[in-house]
Design a protein around this ligand. Structure first.
Ligand SMILES: [Zn+2]
Ligand SMILES: [Zn+2]
Length: 266
């Protein structure tokens, strides 16, 4: 079984019996699915027309099909849907069951609420109008994404699943934790600092000249002669003083050095 991911994800379970499969008549809507949702469709595998209609979704990586294993058994789609939810409930933060007013789903919703409370959102959606149903589901998921700070641009769809993108390279990760660990790697640490520095807001930029003057002043007080053989290395100069010191002492030494003479400490 797949381990729970730390990425906010929706699970949509559709009981397609009773004509509810018609919410997928317009397949063009599927391209608007948020990249953090998976649809699982359940139906009684006995009607050829429904089978053909729903099998068209097979090629969409975000849609998974569950025709019943038994033919013409009452409630087989419900049973499979509930069995599947039990297996995968832990992985998802938001769960929507699309079904008619079957008492059985109301019981499932209550059970999940009892176990997880506010950690998960689960709701039962009944179809008023099959044409607008999918659109409403998409809107609902987008709303929840906003409420839970899920930003689609930060993720990439990989085989139907949301992968957390690295903001600095082309890699993407199955969990946010793995992405963050990758950002801590040596190759990215330096880039992160640079990114932060170029990301200065305009009002901070205006302040910068003042800030840099201050820094230089502080530095000037603690300047030391950088020449290794200098005997006054411990002495601290201001900028002007160090320049003078270099001119007085080291320009001669360097000239001597370039002439091939040995360095003489002054
Ligand atoms: Zn990266
Ligand atoms: Zn010196």
């Amino acid at each position: 079984m797949t381990m729970p991911s730390d990425i906010y994800q929706h699970l949509i379970l559709v009981d397609c019996d009773g004509g509810r499969g018609s919410i997928f008549d317009d397949l063009t809507l599927l391209k608007d699915l948020p990249n953090n949702c998976l649809l699982h469709l359940f139906w009684n595998n006995s009607d050829v027309a429904i089978n053909e209609k729903l099998q068209r979704l097979k090629t969409n990586a975000q849609c998974h099909l569950h025709p019943s294993l038994l033919l013409n058994v009452k409630n087989s789609a419900d049973a499979e849907l509930i069995y599947f939810l039990g297996k995968s409930v832990i992985q998802y933060s938001s769960i929507i069951i699309v079904g008619e007013g079957d008492e059985i789903y109301r019981e499932v919703v209550e059970s999940v609420n009892k176990d997880f409370g506010k950690k998960k959102t689960i709701e039962l959606v009944k179809i008023d109008d099959s044409k607008s149903c999918l659109l409403k589901l998409i809107e609902q998921m987008r709303k929840r994404n906003n409420e839970n700070d899920y930003c689609e641009e930060k993720y990439r769809l990989v085989q139907g699943l949301p992968y957390a993108k690295c903001p600095l390279c082309t890699k993407a990760f199955k969990t946010i934790a793995a992405r963050n660990a990758h950002l801590q790697a040596k190759s990215h640490k330096q880039k992160l600092v640079t990114n932060l520095m170029t990301d200065i807001k305009p009002e901070q930029k205006i302040l910068q000249p003042n800030m840099s003057t201050k820094t230089t002043e502080t530095k000037t007080k603690t300047l030391q002669c950088p020449h290794a053989p200098c005997s006054v290395k411990q002495k601290k100069f201001n900028k002007k003083g160090l320049k003078q010191h270099n001119k007085d002492v080291h320009s001669k030494l360097e000239m001597n050095f370039s002439n091939g003479s040995s360095l003489v400490p002054h």
